[in-house]
Design a protein around this ligand. Sequence first.
Ligand SMILES: NC(=O)c1ccc[n+]([C@@H]2O[C@H](COP(=O)([O-])OP(=O)(O)OC[C@H]3O[C@@H](n4cnc5c(N)ncnc54)[C@H](O)[C@@H]3O)[C@@H](O)[C@H]2O)c1
Length: 142
Amino acid sequence: MTVEKGSVLLNENAWKNLTLIVNKLAPSRIFVIVDENIENYCFPHFATKFGIKMSYQTIRIPLGEKHKNIHTCLYLWETLSRKGADRNSLIINFGGGVITDLGGFVASTYMRGIPFINIPTSLLAMVDASVGGKTGGGCGCN
Ligand SMILES: NC(=O)c1ccc[n+]([C@@H]2O[C@H](COP(=O)([O-])OP(=O)(O)OC[C@H]3O[C@@H](n4cnc5c(N)ncnc54)[C@H](O)[C@@H]3O)[C@@H](O)[C@H]2O)c1
């Protein structure tokens, strides 16, 4: 399987391909950004499907559009730094458009940019939220 930066993976092989991509990236650490709803309603599914052997850490941000701001970015940058994220770490943005926007921007600006993968959970985030200009560029895939 060839996966370019910005690739969109879907269908029943998506989880398997996600595992292949993450293994290929061989990140030093994995951070999964979620909000409270995603943690409660979607995370159990992620935990059973994500086939990576290395452990990962979740970072929860407050719910809602009003928290899509620089204060949440600061919280994420500081939390990543405190938890030892380096240039080879991987961020997985697991949630709606707020999470994929914020997480994409934070990944693009942490240590001059680290890889990220978006796993969109809302229809809007799946069909409309882009990876690129609005999130400061970066090297992610959906
Ligand atoms: N980057 C882009 O090109 C682009 C394009 C369109 C929209 N956006 C951004 O996307 C945001 C809106 O996205 P949104 O509508 O996904 O909002 P959102 O991320 O705030 O999600 C809406 C709510 O649904 C919850 N949620 C998401 N998925 C869920 C699931 N599977 N089960 C249960 N709850 C779930 C979230 O926790 C949240 O409370 C806006 O900030 C907008 O600016 C970005």
